[in-house]
Design a protein around this ligand. Structure first.
Ligand code: G3P
Length: 215
């Protein structure tokens, strides 16, 4: 499973990249607002840190606008993937951008039928939002299982990118199900590295090390 980091914060991206566990980055307007930086400048800097797919979101409400934005975003760097909101206009934009070789990531996917449309339109990635489904008492990971089994039935090439990940269990379940990508917030990447027995083990080794003759 590929690991993307879900943030527009370059400090977090640098730290995760140094850990060797980042294959790409996903951003969205909310994440950019959080760091208070313009889109193009931020995406350019991210591309200078991470050599992998970097999702930048288009925000137009109609297909011509999304296509024009997508073309502009794709010019920033070869690694840019254009994030397109799910919907009829979004599907038109995915088809058009795919036809000219621009990679897309369809965001705000909440059903298997939406994912099916993304695959038909030729999206590179589809991003089902598991945390937001959990928030409304629907099992987000059940949707991931459903989409993966449908895509396998027909050998669709669209990659399943698990988004809106909130905790380490989402990551574990994504890997168990065989998701192509999980996009993970930095705080969850840090949680993945932790275990109380690791901490206790390090403390004991350090204590015992004090008793070992040094010469
Ligand atoms: O990539 C989209 C994802 O970041 C949304 O996450 O936590 O805002 O539902 P969240």
């Amino acid at each position: 499973m590929k690991f993307f980091i879900d943030t527009a914060d370059v400090k977090e991206i640098r730290a995760a990249w140094e850990m060797g566990c980042v294959d790409g980055v996903t951003t969205n307007p909310s994440l950019l607002a959080k760091v208070g930086r313009p889109l193009e400048e931020t995406i350019r800097e991210i591309c200078s840190i991470v050599d992998g797919p970097i999702s930048a979101e288009a925000v137009s409400l109609d297909a011509p606008g999304l296509i024009a934005e997508g073309r502009q975003l794709a010019k920033i760097h070869d690694n840019v993937v254009v994030k397109i909101p799910m919907g009829v206009e979004g599907m038109k934009a995915v088809k058009a951008l795919t036809a000219v070789g621009i990679r897309t990531n369809v965001t705000l996917c909440f059903s298997a039928n939406q994912a099916l449309l993304c695959a038909k339109a030729g999206a590179t990635y589809v991003s089902p939002f598991v945390g937001r489904l959990d928030d409304i008492s629907q099992d987000g990971m059940e949707l991931i299982a459903d989409i993966i089994s449908i895509f396998r039935n027909y050998d669709y090439r669209t990659q399943v990118l698990v988004a809106s990940i909130r905790n380490p269990v989402h990551v574990l379940q994504s890997a168990r199900l065989g998701a192509d990508v999980a996009t993970v917030p930095f705080s969850v990447i840090q949680q993945l590295s932790q275990h109380p027995l690791t901490d206790a083990g390090i403390a004991k080794f350090l204590k015992d090390w004090e008793k070992v003759p040094k010469k």
